[in-house]
Design a protein around this ligand. Structure first.
Ligand SMILES: *Cc1c(COP(=O)(O)O)cnc(C)c1O
Length: 347
């Protein structure tokens, strides 16, 4: 094997979704499948969640919605967060973000209002103009009014309560409709953040929605990289581009098959990242290159070519890897790319 192996536990995604349904028991729980289900595969994951009873899906872009509809068939709601004027043609539900979207829309839709993200959705001046002249709402069937939390991953952030207050206030001024509020982290903020439809993404995929506390979700992703070659180097010899790492002793180097072109950030840097080889931690040494990385496996003398070094798994999750590279688990997952052999463990 000369490619990394990315194992995606679809059963764990389904169990994570069920777990979120238990916590968000007063409303329904959708699944956010944008960016190919955070890089993990919208097809297999969407189909498994549909079979488990999920009836609401969100994607970011029209193309994602069109291909997901083909995979899931008619029935479940598939909403396009970024808006889509031709949604109805493709049996998709548009998220309306502007007054212009509202005017152009007839039929079922979700209306997004901005409560603090300042990104998408009607702002206070557009809402005031809608209150003065509600004609843009004519012909629109409001399935949900939705808003998005900016800081739900920081439970004590004052913005959370501000957004909950604003959302409640705005909804009272709009025609009566169901509400959609919490993302993954919002589900864990408690009852004020519950709504008719939660929209978790990251938590389904095993990313910790409660940073700083133990991860309540089951791990989903495992990444194993095969050792392509082993070599002995003398003390004082450098490894990799720029000769940025030098051995202090005779060292055994394992070169594995993945690099920054596979979503492993170059910023993982020297001396920070480790992998698990035959049950022992081995440090990465030298720079991450495009297709390759090198590990010091001196402490695992029985290591052999073809062995797998576990980079993401139960002992080092995507969040931990992300911290080493100065990013977040979301970015690690969505960057993993398509050069790995993918194995889907069935639900
Ligand atoms: C991405 C996204 C979500 C899901 O967020 P997570 O933090 O991954 O749970 C929910 N709502 C909107 C509007 C989003 O853009």
């Amino acid at each position: 094997m000369t490619q990394g192996l990315l194992t995606i536990d679809v059963g764990a995604v389904v169990r994570n979704w069920r777990r979120l349904c238990e916590i968000h028991s007063t409303g329904a729980v959708a699944a956010v499948l944008k960016a190919n289900a955070y890089g993990l595969g919208a097809g297999p994951i969407g189909q498994a969640l549909l079979a488990a009873g999920c009836r609401h899906f969100f994607v970011a872009q029209p193309r994602e919605g069109i291909s997901l509809r083909k995979l899931l068939g008619p029935g479940p709601m598939i909403a396009v967060l970024g808006g889509f004027r031709r949604a109805a043609e493709f049996d998709l539900t548009p998220v309306l973000n502007t007054l212009g979207d509202l005017r152009a829309c007839s039929g079922p839709a979700i209306l997004q209002v901005d409560t603090g993200m300042s990104r998408l959705g009607l702002d206070s001046s557009e809402l005031a103009s809608l209150a003065a002249d509600p004609s843009p709402l004519e012909g629109v069937e409001l399935l949900y009014i939705m808003t998005h939390l900016a800081s739900a991953d920081e439970a004590d952030h004052p913005m959370n309560a501000v957004q909950a207050d604003r959302f409640a206030e705005i909804c009272l001024k709009l025609p009566r409709a169901r509400r959609s509020f919490a993302n993954s982290s919002g589900i864990f903020l408690g009852g004020r953040y519950a709504s008719d439809l939660a929209r978790p993404g990251c938590a389904l995929y095993g990313i910790n929605p409660t940073p700083g506390k133990p991860n309540p979700m089951e791990p989903v992703v495992r990444l194993d990289l095969p050792v392509l070659q082993l070599r002995e180097i003398a003390a004082g010899q450098t490894v990799g581009y720029g000769g940025s790492w030098m051995s202090a002793r005779p060292t055994r180097i394992a070169t594995v098959a993945a690099g920054y072109a596979d979503g492993l950030p170059r910023a993982l840097g020297v001396g920070k990242l480790r992998g698990m080889l035959r049950g022992r931690w081995v440090p990465m040494v030298g720079r991450v290159s495009m297709d390759l990385m090198t590990f010091d496996v001196t402490e695992v003398p029985e290591a052999d070519e073809g062995d797998l070094i576990e980079l993401i798994g139960p002992s080092q999750d995507a969040d931990a890897l992300a911290r080493l590279a100065g990013t977040i688990g979301y970015e690690v997952l969505t960057s993993l790319g398509n050069r790995y052999r993918r194995k889907y463990l069935p639900a």
